[in-house]
Design a protein around this ligand. Structure first.
Ligand SMILES: [Zn+2]
Length: 311
């Protein structure tokens, strides 16, 4: 049994068929965690979809209405880069509910892991790059509205810049955003995060980890977040079809473990979400995401969570 919850729903699948985004990965990750005896039935929580009130703290009424009524323009669909379907919309509402649930779990247990989410390209008024609803932003705004936290930090390790996160939280002193990504990659325009780590093509494990960890530690120490949202991209992996960095499977696992350890040393609860992953073999993408959960388990055992008084 795990010392934290895994948040998962079978309707996370975005219903994309043979698309470069392997949306069956959500089910494959949940299945592998069960099959490898990492998790059993009681470790899973099934989320409710986020409420429209939750979604509307981040997104415009116009965008929410377009998604709910299936009235996206051709330009909206081209930017989103995934075909519209009602199942797609319900999957995004569920993923946002999942990240809210993971965040609430993290405040209680020290970790909370959504086996979905991480849709960091979604903007308030439009979707982009397979992302329609920004689940992490929705969860941060929900926790703040509930008075559960004031300050949150987002560490985004997807190979693509977290442009939606940066745009949503620009000039918002309560949220510290850090993105480590490949400079020469989508999105062409990268609005500034609090800290942007622009990595050159084909950077390997050691240099990437050194850059990431020094910035994460400096950010945590100066900003003192009450919760950390970790957007765990599998696409910095060497040979990723949409990425151009050269991290190994072990390097990616070390990335996750090191960030989690730095947070836990400071007693900061950690929420994990997935993000992109486009390895030629889907088994590799699944293993990288599973390894994030294994890293969380290892760090949770090494550094037990001390719940803050009154929370
Ligand atoms: Zn990506």
């Amino acid at each position: 049994m795990l010392p934290f919850k895994l948040i998962y729903h079978e309707r996370y699948d975005l219903n994309l068929g043979t698309h470069v985004f392997p949306s069956q990965k959500y089910r494959l990750i949940a299945d592998k965690l069960t099959k490898d005896a990492v998790a059993s039935r009681e470790d899973f929580l099934h989320p409710e979809p986020a409420s429209d009130t939750d979604i509307l703290r981040v997104h415009t009424g116009d965008w929410v209405n377009k998604l709910k009524t299936g009235t996206l323009t051709l330009s909206d669909v081209m930017k989103l880069e995934v075909p519209y379907s009602p199942e797609l919309v319900s999957a995004f509402w569920l993923a946002a509910g999942g990240t809210i649930s993971a965040a609430q779990s993290a405040l209680r247990d020290g970790f909370g892991c959504n086996l979905g989410g991480g849709f960091h390209h979604a903007h308030p008024g439009h979707g982009e790059g397979f992302c329609a609803i920004h689940d992490v932003a929705v969860a941060i705004r929900r926790l703040q509205a509930d008075g559960a936290i004031r300050k949150a930090m987002v560490v985004d390790t997807d190979v693509h810049h977290g442009n939606g996160t940066a745009a949503i939280f620009a000039k918002q002193p309560s949220v510290f955003t850090l993105s480590i990504h490949q400079l020469n990659n989508y999105p062409a325009y990268k609005p500034p995060s609090t800290v942007d780590l622009d990595m050159p093509d084909q950077i390997g494990d050691a240099a990437y980890l050194a850059n990431l960890l020094s910035a994460v530690c400096a950010g945590m120490d100066s900003f003192q977040p009450e919760i950390l949202f970790y957007v765990g991209g599998a696409d910095p992996y060497q040979g990723d079809q949409l990425g151009g960095l050269s991290l190994t499977m072990d390097g990616l696992a070390a990335r996750d473990k090191n960030v989690f350890e730095e947070a836990r040393r400071r007693n900061i609860p950690v929420v994990t979400t997935l993000a992109g992953g486009y390895a030629r073999r889907i088994e590799d993408t699944v293993q990288i995401h599973v390894n994030t959960i294994l890293a969380a388990r290892e760090v949770a055992q090494l550094h037990p969570h001390q719940q803050a008084a009154g929370k």
